[in-house]
Structure formats: structure tokens, C-alpha cells
Ligand binder design. Structure first.
Ligand SMILES: [Zn+2]
Length: 245
């Protein structure tokens, strides 16, 4: 499977960029994971919007779902122009009824996932983990029978992430704060906590994402590397991770 970073900023996108959005592909199946501000513009650098098979959202904060409305318009316009009636499934949790209801539109269908069960989407098996965040939010472990990827979405550090992320081939962490800061209020991790999680879970590789609009991001990687000895990448546009059979 191939993981591509489409957007990686926290809160709002820097000029020309996007907030949280990732593309996961395998055997021609394309799953979009979160769809933040600026994501639709950036995504078209990589794929045609109509080539998506499904979308899944961790939670309903704007920096993870701002472009869902624009994506719904894109599917409306393209279906109309092409005289087609293709429906795009958008998976989200059902613990926020207004935001969940907004996932359904002319050519998109909101589908509630049950975070206590695994979900199969195309070639992917997805398990959920409730995060430490001010609103209901779910991280995900995605496996394809060959490799596994853990995406923390938005969360403060919590020990229960360690068994969930155990031995994942790739871990993508919310890294909104620098070492020594306290992310528990807004529900985000520091660089050091990302490193601790990666180290204790024994993951193969760490991507630091959901990056802040202050400080020098290189410091985030340096601070995480003090506790995690494996390979670390700062998320950036078009950063790709691939593991195939
Ligand atoms: Zn959030």
C-alpha cells in the first residue's frame, strides 16, 4: 500500500498548502483519510477527484474536514457534466449528529463507522482507537495483510496508544507541539511524546504531522529522535511511503 501526504498543517494551511489529508492506495483502490482545508486543491496535484473510492474522517474539526463541502460540489459538478450518478461514500463517526448528517449530499453518502469494530474498505482493514481530544476523534490502524499503518489523528499522549501502535510499519503522529510544552488541553502531542510512542511501540518508521505554525520544524524531528532511533520524516507535500508484497 502507498501512503501519500496531501496536507500536514494543524489549524490552517500555510500558503499553497493544506491541513490534515492523506491518500492511501492499493490495487487501484483510493482512500482519502481526512480532508482538511486546502486538501482538494493539493489532492489534484496527485489524482483526479473522481478517482476516489472512499473517504474516512477521524473527527469533525475544520482542519480535518473543511474541504468535504467542496468535494461534494466537485462530485455534483462532475457527475452532472458526465451524466453519471456515482456515489462517494464518506465514513465518519456518528457521535456528532449535525456534522455526520452533513456528510450526505447529492452524490456523497455519509456512513457511520462503529469504532468498536473493524471496518473493511476495499483492500484495507481499519481498526479504531479513541483519542484524547476535546471532541470525539478516532485514530486508525490500517492493515492490508502485508503491512500496517497507524495514524493518531488528533490526540494528546496516552499510554494506551502503545499497544495499539505496536509494531506498526509506519506511525503518523499529531505533533502540534515542541518538547516541554503541554498539549493536553487542546489534545495534541509534543515531538518528544511522538518519539516516546514510536519507540515504545517499536514502529518501523515515524512521520511527524499536524505541524504547528511556530518554531522550526526541524527541531521537532531532532527532539523526537532523542527518544526514537528509527527513521523520522517531517510530513511534507507529496511525501510517500510504500510497502507492497
Ligand atoms: Zn482536532
Amino acid at each position: 500500500m502507498k501512503w501519500t501526504v496531501i496536507g500536514y498543517w494543524g489549524a490552517y494551511p500555510a500558503s499553497g498548502s493544506a491541513t490534515s489529508c492523506y491518500l492511501l492506495e492499493k490495487d487501484g483502490f483510493r482512500l482519502l483519510i481526512d480532508c482538511g482545508s486546502g486538501a482538494l486543491s493539493r489532492l489534484q496535484e496527485t489524482i483526479d477527484l473522481m478517482s476516489l473510492d472512499a473517504v474516512i474522517l477521524s473527527h469533525y474539526h475544520h482542519d480535518h474536514k473543511a474541504d468535504i463541502g467542496a468535494l461534494q460540489y466537485a462530485w455534483l459538478v462532475q457527475n452532472t457534466l458526465n451524466n453519471t450518478e456515482r456515489i462517494l461514500p464518506i465514513y465518519g463517526h456518528g457521535f456528532d449528529s449535525d456534522n455526520f448528517a452533513a456528510l450526505s449530499h447529492h452524490f456523497t453518502e455519509g456512513i457511520a463507522y462503529d469504532p468498536s469494530k473493524s471496518l473493511t474498505l476495499g483492500p484495507f482493514d481499519i481498526q479504531f482507537h479513541k483519542t484524547q481530544h476535546p471532541v470525539p476523534c478516532y485514530g486508525m490502524k490500517i492493515a492490508d495483510g502485508n503491512a500496517s499503518i497507524v495514524y493518531t489523528a488528533d490526540t494528546a499522549f496516552s499510554e494506551d496508544w502503545i499497544p495499539f501502535a505496536k509494531n506498526a510499519d509506519l506511525l503518523i503522529t499529531d505533533t502540534n507541539f515542541y518538547k516541554g510544552m503541554d498539549g493536553r488541553g487542546p489534545g495534541h502531542m509534543t515531538s518528544e511524546e511522538a518519539g516516546i510512542l514510536a519507540s515504545k511501540a517499536g514502529v518501523g518508521q515515524l512521520y511527524l504531522s499536524h505541524l504547528p505554525h511556530f518554531g522550526d520544524h526541524k527541531e521537532l524531528a531532532k527532539q523526537a529522535s532523542e527518544v526514537y532511533r528509527g527513521p523520522i520524516e517531517l510530513a511534507r507535500e507529496n511525501l510517500k511511503w510504500t510497502k507492497d508484497r
